[in-house]
Structure formats: C-alpha cells, structure tokens
Ligand binder design. Sequence first.
Ligand SMILES: [Zn+2]
Length: 416
Amino acid sequence: MTMTAEKLEALNRIIRESKTAPFYRDRLPQQPLSSLADLKKIPLTTKADLRASSPFGLLAVPGEELVQYHESSGTTGEPVSVWFTRDDVMHNARQIARCGVGLGPSDIVLIRFPYALSAAAHMVQAAAQLRGACVVPAGGRTSVTPFPKVVELMHRLGVTVLTCLSLQAVLIAEVAEMLGLHPRRDFPALRAICAAGETLPPGRRKLLEELWGVPVFDFYGMTEIGTAVVDCEAFVPHPIEDDFVLEILDDAFRSDVPVGEYGHLVVTTLKKRATPMIRYVTGDRARLVEKPCVCGRTTALEIRGRWEDALRIGDVRLDLWDLDAVVSRLPCRRFWAAAPMPDGVRLVVEEERGGERVPEGLAALLEDEYRVKWRIDIAPKGTLYDRKQLFEIGLLGKPKYLYTEQELKCLLEKEN
Ligand SMILES: [Zn+2]
C-alpha cells in the first residue's frame, strides 16, 4: 500500500509513543522511519508476545487516561489484554460507523456479539450510538438472552439492523422458524445484517440474504487492532487506510506478496494509543485488490479467514472459503462440519426440510476440481447443533466447522 507523508508522520508518532510500553521499549528504532521499507526492519508482534506481556506490558499511556479494558482469549486460553483511552474507543466507533449500512437515528440495532470482555459488542454499540441509532444489547453466550429471546426482541421491537457473527444469524433464523415465524416475512422492519467476527465466504453471505431477505454487510476487526476493513454501500470491503498500515506478507513473513495474491495480514495501528500494535501478525489471510469502486475508493481488502482454519490433505489445503463453496452446491447449506480423511474430506451437512440428497455425480466432480476424495453425508437436524440447547441456555453458537475424523464420527453416532 502507498505511504503518504501524513501516514509516515502518523507512523513515526505512534512508534515514538509506543516506546513508553515495556514490550516495545527495545524493539523500536531510536530514529524516525524514512520510508515503509524501514518499517520492515521492526520485529513482528505475535499473539504469543501479547500473551506473554499481558496485562500491562503493552500499555503505553498513564492509567489515568484509561476508560475501558478488554480481553481477547483465542483458542489457547491465556488472555491478551487490550486497554482503551476515550479516544481509542471513539476511533474504533468511527471505523465501524463508516460501514455502508449507514446507521442512523431511525435504526434499532440488535447487538448479538458477546458483551463479556471482548470488544466487538461495545465498539458496535459506540458506533451505533455515535450515529444516533438505538441499541438493543442482546449479547450472545449468556443465559439472559437465549435465542428465543433474541427472536422475540427482533420481532416485537421492530429491530432494523441485526449485528452478529454470521453463524448466529443462521441460528436466529432457525429458531424463528421453530417458533412459527418466517424470517423473510415476519420481520418487516429488518433492513440489513452486519456480520463480523468470523470470515464471511460468498456462499454464507448469499445464504443469509436468502434466509432473511435483506442485504448483508461485513466488517473485519479484532479486539487487538480495532476495525480495519468495512464494506461500503456496494458491499466491497475497503481498508481504513488512515488508521492502519497493512502489510500482506509471504509465508516466510519477509516480503510483501504481489497485489491480488493472498498472504498473511500484518497490521500496524496508527490511532490506538493505550495498546498500540506495531506489525501485529493477525493470523488471517488476505489479499489486496485494486479496482475502482462505485463509492470512489480504489482498494479492496479481502479477508479469507485464519491461516490455521484449514484442512490439509497431503499437499492440498482447503480453507473455509473452499469448503463453503462446496456447501453452496448442496441442497442444504445452513449447518455443516468437515474433517480430513487420509485421502480426502468428510463433509457433513444437516438436512433442512428433510429428504434432501447429495446431487448425483457431485463427489466425482469435486474430486476432479480439488484433487482429493469427498465423502458427503446429509445428517438429521440437530446432529451438529442441538436444537434443545438453542432454547434452553443460549450459549451455543461459537463457530466451529473443522473437526478431526474421530470427532465427526462421534457427533454422527451420538445422533443415531
Ligand atoms: Zn466501495
């Protein structure tokens, strides 16, 4: 990406200020950077670094300036601490408010991200209120707002925008149907879904649009960095260039990949002051696409999900986008799980209306396309997502699509 003089100045300012944090003290250069090439000499910051330095090692402002604390847990459990000044919160809110959904005073926004410790719910709330919208805080993963309660709130209050993990929007539609409501017909006020928190492959987006009959906007961020990419009104994901320096690096994390090619997304935050991130390895794969958009911007950044969220069969790597593209060709697409087999992929999808069948000849076609074997099963409703649990405690819904072969077998046997 290009580096303007203003951006270089912002970068040097954040590097200067970051040196207050013990973690950065000896990692950052004494002299200001003179170009983007100089940035590459600064060591990368990994999630393991953040874990080792939490809670205070990355704190770069005096405690008096802090107004909010969040944690990002991830899969290994050890939390990462992220602190916010008042300005940090406002910057993140403005990033989200740029989304092409165009939140305004007539909106009622139901927030389904978990409120406990992670930042997303709080930042979306700040963004919605910044635009004058009214927020309904119906966070996920709590027994206070199980799925039927969310459906009831959406229906009774005339919620206009639902914002959640994309999987949650599928689960909410499923529960609405179980309650005798039709997602497309019985929520006339709903005008859009804003998805974030997990990669949104094209097939999942289409599924949500069909289920709910409204457009779906995507945005990409994480507690550590804020919100770096938002969909414009034409549903194109644009990076927020003023607030970040984004690098897309090769597998060795040494050089930038050419524009248009996927690589590892590394982010430097220019506005966050309490817990700045300098060359943070996000763990996500992304690619830059240079193409004029109707909104006037020319750069898109496609996020393709986490590097580790992929099946590896021999030398074939299949990520969530690849698997979603296969699921999109099946008659039931709501809930699926995949596992690697020695020579291929085991894919299980839940039936929707009942009696669906895998199209004849599809497995052979897929084998030609992906160079691995496919075993596709349509399993009874409830195999992957226990419907009783949806009604009882409402904790269900953390995205999990990839399993080991053994785990997937257990799920199927439990059902039969
Ligand atoms: Zn655009």
